[in-house]
Design a protein around this ligand. Structure first.
Ligand code: IPE
Ligand code: IPE
Ligand code: MG
Length: 231
């Protein structure tokens, strides 16, 4: 359990800096993504250890299709293998795997693996591990608009919208951690982050680990959230 006074229930990670990590070492970008998956594994472990209930990881954005095919295929293989190689790991720790984003554009082997992992871990409830895959906040809004239009009913409250978002099974993130020192959200959960605390450490994602998470949790525990009210 966490020793921090205030622990976020839901942390959303923008895993950035894999390319620069590889570049610094004269390695291909995919070597950075490979280490990025290792950092993801370590972070999931650390989240379990520190009592985080929901951990969401931005793994592939709707804008990442602009990259070279080789890099994209490499990312897809890494995600597929991460899910395939860890069935016991997820279940032994009570991890439920979910996704947000439009996965219909993905290769069959990845969607099949993802669906199978989601199904086999569905009953676990210690940590909800959500992968944002082909996810973009704006794309999610467009898809949600169309769902609501299909219902032909006037929307009265934000709750009716949020119930149709990809994230309908998640509480809003309390804390967003974007690594690599970039101070932006890059189309990540634009509605859901309205009141989230933001943190932009310089560490590149492949170097993120339990120690970095602890630093982040310490920073979060000192934040004063007011949600528009007064203290
Ligand atoms: C984040 O690392 C991973 C993905 C976007 C898939 P990057 O690949 O964006 O790494 P940098 O930003 O080029 O260093
Ligand atoms: C955001 O990182 C997307 C993911 C981490 C999956 P990017 O590297 O794609 O974002 P920009 O291009 O720097 O804004
Ligand atoms: Mg980047």
């Amino acid at each position: 359990m966490s020793k921090y006074l205030k622990t976020p229930q839901h942390i959303a990670f923008i895993m950035d800096g894999n390319g620069r990590w590889a570049q610094k070492r004269g390695l291909p970008r995919n070597a950075g993504h490979q280490r990025g998956i290792k950092a993801l594994e370590k972070t999931v472990d650390a989240c379990c250890k520190h009592g985080i209930k929901y951990a969401t990881f931005y793994a592939f954005s709707t804008e990442n299709w602009k990259r070279e095919k080789q890099e994209i295929d490499g990312i897809f293989s890494l995600v597929r293998d991460y899910l395939k190689d860890n069935p016991d790991y997820f279940s032994s720790r009570g991890i439920c795997v979910k996704h947000i984003g439009d996965i219909s554009a993905f290769p069959d082997d990845l969607t099949t693996q993802l669906t199978s992992t989601e199904k086999s871990t569905a009953k676990n409830n210690k940590l909800i591990l959500t992968l944002a895959l082909n996810y973009g906040g704006r794309d999610e809004i467009v898809r949600t608009f169309n769902k609501l239009l299909g219902k032909g009913k006037k929307v009265e409250t934000y709750k009716e919208i949020s119930a149709q978002l990809d994230t309908c099974f998640l509480p809003d993130p309390d804390f967003v951690i974007r690594t690599s020192g970039e101070n932006r959200l890059s189309n990540f959960m634009m509605l859901q982050l309205s009141y989230s605390e933001l943190y932009f450490p310089k560490v590149l994602w492949p170097d993120f680990d339990e120690n970095e998470l602890k630093k982040a949790l310490k920073i979060y525990s000192k934040r004063d959230r007011r949600f528009g009210g007064i203290k």
